[in-house]
Design a protein around this ligand. Structure first.
Ligand code: MG
Ligand code: ZN
Length: 214
């Protein structure tokens, strides 16, 4: 009986997530769930990406944070639709929060939607939101061993962005070590090293995203 109750709780999130997915599909919106620890560069990468899609595809952003609207204000300056979710303490987004945000976005216009999850390398991986792709950022200062320590996120990722590659000369981070760590648990994820500061690698990320836009 206990197990049955737990299953019902889990499926409640999945049910809403699958409704989100149906809505996104009906509006032909390609949605990407962006996950990482705090400070890996999610908002900065989203900002640079939104700028690069200007005039090519309409973008939109859902910003998830425990508190504040700092990130949504940054995105809003780019004149793209943005909704801030404050989780009020919860360390991840769930499908119900995203459902509410979707109802506040012009989905008829948006082709590419970024869902910036709460900065946390652990439990965001446990909540399906209705997204088409899961992307995990790992910044070079965090170390190339993180896939061994936080396997879930790296295991379920469709794309892994190694951010802040401009710092590589100052760090012990080795891209080869990171690739080896990822491949020990995930054979399929596209691994894209990039620097939003210098622009290095950004075109690989842009073309990966472009493949998903309908
Ligand atoms: Mg952010
Ligand atoms: Zn959480």
């Amino acid at each position: 009986m206990e197990i049955k109750v737990l299953r019902n709780i889990l499926s409640a999130n999945d049910q809403i997530a699958s409704d989100n997915r149906k809505l996104l599909d009906s509006k032909k919106v390609f949605a990407v769930n962006i996950m990482s620890s705090p400070g890996a560069g999610k908002t900065t990468v989203i900002l640079e990406t939104v700028r690069r899609f200007r005039g090519r595809a309409k973008t939109g952003v859902i910003e998830g944070d425990v508190a504040s609207s700092i990130d949504a204000e940054k995105i809003g300056k780019e004149k793209v639709p943005v909704v801030q979710i404050n989780t009020g303490g919860a360390c991840h987004l769930d499908a119900a929060m995203v459902s509410k945000a979707l109802s506040n976005l012009p989905l008829d216009e948006i082709k590419l939607l970024f869902i910036e999850n709460v900065g946390n390398l652990i439990c965001p991986g446990e909540f399906y939101l209705g997204e088409h792709k899961k992307v995990v950022l790992l910044s070079t200062p965090e170390g190339d061993d993180k896939p061994y320590k936080y396997p879930l996120l790296f295991k379920i990722a469709d794309g892994i962005l190694v951010t802040k590659t401009d710092l590589l000369p100052h760090l012990n981070f080795k891209i080869d070590n990171l690739v080896k760590a990822v491949r020990s648990i995930n054979q399929k994820a596209e691994i894209i090293p990039l620097s939003a500061m210098t622009g290095e690698g950004m075109e690989n990320w842009i073309s990966w995203l472009t493949n998903g836009i309908r």
